[in-house]
Design a protein around this ligand. Structure first.
Ligand SMILES: Nc1ncnc2c1ncn2[C@@H]1O[C@H](COP(=O)(O)OP(=O)(O)O)[C@@H](O)[C@H]1O
Ligand SMILES: [Mg+2]
Length: 217
């Protein structure tokens, strides 16, 4: 049995982690074998690369180096975790995937999208999520939510994962527009959800879309 690959995308504080936890719980109750994972990260090696990319003092990378680090982490993630889990018939839910590279480094920082697409061809070998939820929120509200979460985490300043949160608001606005553009270009895969709704309402819409997709499988 082939598994199902679901990704959650969207800006900081959109509610991705909250919704992934809800969905994983629901699918597990329904009897599915569920693997939750995240990017950058997902394997021990990729988690090390994550620290370079997201921590406040992770490094001052050039755009090209940043993209290559993301794809180095992603190839490990795909080969060591995602593909084997899908082959074992599991539902894999990833908190961000390659759409985030397109949105952050492409639309956000202006890195060449064609280059990102050729790296995808190299690293993904045709792997495309079955379903992508794009949680859409205005940049200001998202950053407020994520700021509250970061403040609540008991991490040292050095370990704070706020490298992207600290970029200016116009970056986050480009990011949001980028995610909407990605959804427009792949309507069969992407579902845009208004992330200003309640946690409950969003969870309901997510669950319905996943159940519909599982019935097709
Ligand atoms: N629909 C929602 N309405 C209000 N607050 C939310 C909602 N979803 C999540 N939150 C809160 O916003 C913060 C960020 O949510 P989180 O799931 O960590 O977002 P992300 O993973 O997208 O950064 C958390 O404190 C969370 O409790
Ligand atoms: Mg999160």
């Amino acid at each position: 049995m082939a598994g199902l690959f679901i990704t959650f995308e969207g800006g900081e504080g959109a509610g991705k982690t909250t919704q992934i936890n809800r969905l994983a719980e629901r699918l597990t109750q329904d009897g599915h074998k569920v693997v939750t994972t995240r990017e950058p990260g997902g394997t021990p090696e990729s988690e090390k690369i994550r620290d370079f990319l997201v921590q406040r003092e992770g490094g001052n990378w050039t755009p090209c180096a940043e993209v290559l680090l993301l794809f180095a982490a992603r190839t490990m993630h795909v080969e060591k975790l995602i593909r084997p889990a899908l082959e074992a018939g599991k539902v894999v839910i990833s908190d961000r995937f390659t759409d985030s590279t397109r949105a952050y480094q492409g639309y956000g920082h202006g890195f060449d999208l064609k280059t990102i697409e050729s790296l995808e061809a190299l690293v993904l070998g045709g792997l495309v999520p079955d379903l992508t939820f794009i949680l859409d929120i205005d940049a200001k509200t998202g950053l407020e939510r994520s700021g509250r979460r970061l403040a609540a985490e008991a991490l040292s300043l050095k370990q704070k994962e706020d490298r992207f949160e600290n970029l200016d608001i116009t970056f986050h606005e480009r990011l949001r527009a980028g995610f909407l553009e990605i959804a427009k270009n792949a309507p069969e895969r992407c579902l845009v959800i208004d992330a200003m709704q309640s946690v409950e309402d969003i969870a309901q819409q997510v669950a319905e879309a996943v159940r519909a997709r599982l019935r097709q499988a």
